[in-house]
Design a protein around this ligand. Structure first.
Ligand code: CAO
Length: 419
């Protein structure tokens, strides 16, 4: 028994943000029915193709544990099938451009008419207001949500991050909204609209930067490296390089092998509570009591000197040796792991966070498994569906159409070619 067993999801999502949400729901046991345009499908199937003729990794890694039905939602018979899907499912998830669902004839009012228990969950780039009609992609959301203006170095341009906080981040937010709405429906019997805007999702993840924006009114942000370096603050939260967001000085430092390995680095935090242990480890025991070094405020204008000294020590060790030495003293350090190292990490494979999946068109590939572990609802990662792989099965066993209906639906061009 899985946590969301019995819940049917009409998955009208595409690209990345929506599919990450419905993939999570599928991993928790929901029956996710992905509706795709006949012969075309989710655009990511054919984006960044590495194996000619096969679904791309972009698609396969975002659409595990789902079933696929090819259905033209603009065709009259296709609309009839979609109506039956709406009546049958518990949740409709979509991340079309604003207005697309309305243009198909499926307004929120119409959906409620068809199924008052339906939860309709949407991702859009922006919430209601000036930009509500914009089409939005990952980096647009990172820029509009405050991430880019606060990422990078103080003397450089804004930088976007490799973590897909706009797409996958908003997908996570939406999944939480959907499960919450399902819980509320238990009590009210009613569905509701759930909306997660990508700008809002990114901003939620940049919460500490809005904290700092307001702290600026009270004076310079003393934990930012630029304070110790005497660089004046402007009107807005600045880019903080690799400073740590929690107020404890932190930097990325070179480790043994950095000359040839672009990831031979460690994160190192000179946390106040374990300052004395740090002094011992790096071979500067005098700094424990020395004037100008003993307390955090005294150290603020010496952070460059202190981190240069720590780096002299980290450069004598690999990033993993730094971890081994520092962990027993509770000194917070983190090796900069490359994707190659992560892909090969046995520990991540043992927990199911990295999984190897077999695929009929492309063979075995690696994916990120479910990052949330429920002790009573284990996850088995199943390969993504081929385009329209389950069309007949969904029309008959989920929607109850008989053979003559199938013939009529197929003749109308509402669904793809038989597989
Ligand atoms: N049958 C028939 N038509 C279908 C269909 C189906 N099964 N599925 C989709 N369509 C149609 C839509 O109805 C729409 O038609 P109209 O433009 O005539 O209304 C059309 O396909 C294209 O949909 P779209 O506008 O959503 O797609 P796009 O590629 O132009 O835009 C995106 C993509 C992502 C920018 C846009 O969907 C968007 O802004 N989504 C919300 C924000 C979001 O999720 N962004 C993250 C994307 S991941 O980086």
């Amino acid at each position: 028994m899985k946590a969301l067993e019995g819940i049917k999801i009409l998955d009208f999502t595409h690209v990345q943000s929506g599919p990450t949400c419905t993939q999570l729901l599928a991993w928790f046991g929901a029956d996710v029915i992905k509706v795709e345009r006949p012969g075309v499908g989710d655009a990511t199937r054919k984006q960044l193709v590495d194996v000619p003729g096969a679904d791309s990794l972009y698609f396969t890694m975002l659409n595990h544990n789902k079933r696929s039905i090819e259905l033209n939602s603009k065709n009259e018979t296709g609309k009839e099938v979609l109506e039956r899907l709406i009546k049958t499912c518990d949740v409709l998830v979509e991340n079309f451009a604003p207005g697309a669902l309305d243009r198909m004839g499926f307004t929120w009012e119409r959906i409620q008419e068809l199924n008052p228990r339906m939860i309709m969950a949407s991702i859009k780039g922006f919430g209601p207001g000036k930009y509500e009609d914009c089409k939005v992609y990952e980096n647009v959301a990172q820029c509009a949500g405050g991430s880019a203006s606060t990422t990078g170095f103080v003397d450089g341009i804004p930088v976007v991050t490799g973590a897909q906080i706009g797409d996958s981040g908003t997908g996570l937010h939406l999944a939480l909204g959907i499960t919450t709405a399902l819980l509320q429906r238990e009590k009210t019997g009613r569905g509701q609209k759930v909306m997660a805007a990508m700008q809002d999702g990114v901003l939620n993840l940049c919460r500490v930067k809005l904290r700092d924006q307001q702290r600026l009114d009270a004076g310079p942000l003393t934990e930012y490296s630029q304070f110790g370096e005497g660089i004046p603050f402007g009107e807005a939260t600045p880019r903080a390089g690799n400073d740590s967001g929690g107020g404890q000085p932190g930097r990325i430092l070179k480790c043994k092998g950095w000359e040839t390995d672009p990831n031979a680095y460690t994160y190192f935090i000179t946390q106040a509570a374990i300052w004395e242990k740090i002094c011992d480890v790096i071979g500067e025991p005098d700094w424990k009591t020395k004037e100008g070094y003993a307390t955090p405020p005294e150290r603020l204008d010496k952070l460059n000197e202190i981190f240069e000294r720590v780096e002299k020590w980290t450069m004598t060790k690999t990033k993993f040796e730094v971890m081994d030495v520092c962990n027993p003293f509770d000194i917070p350090v983190g090796p900069i792991l490359s994707m190659k190292e992560i892909a090969e990490d046995q520990g991540l494979r043992d927990t199911g966070t990295i999984v190897e999946v077999d695929h009929p068109e492309r063979g075995a590939y690696l994916s990120v498994g479910c990052p949330i572990k429920l002790s009573d609802s284990p996850v088995e990662v199943v390969r993504s569906p081929l385009l329209g792989e389950h069309t007949d099965e969904i029309l008959t066993s989920v929607l109850g159409y008989d053979d003559s209906d199938l013939e009529r639906i197929k003749a109308s061009g509402a669904v793809g070619e038989a597989k």
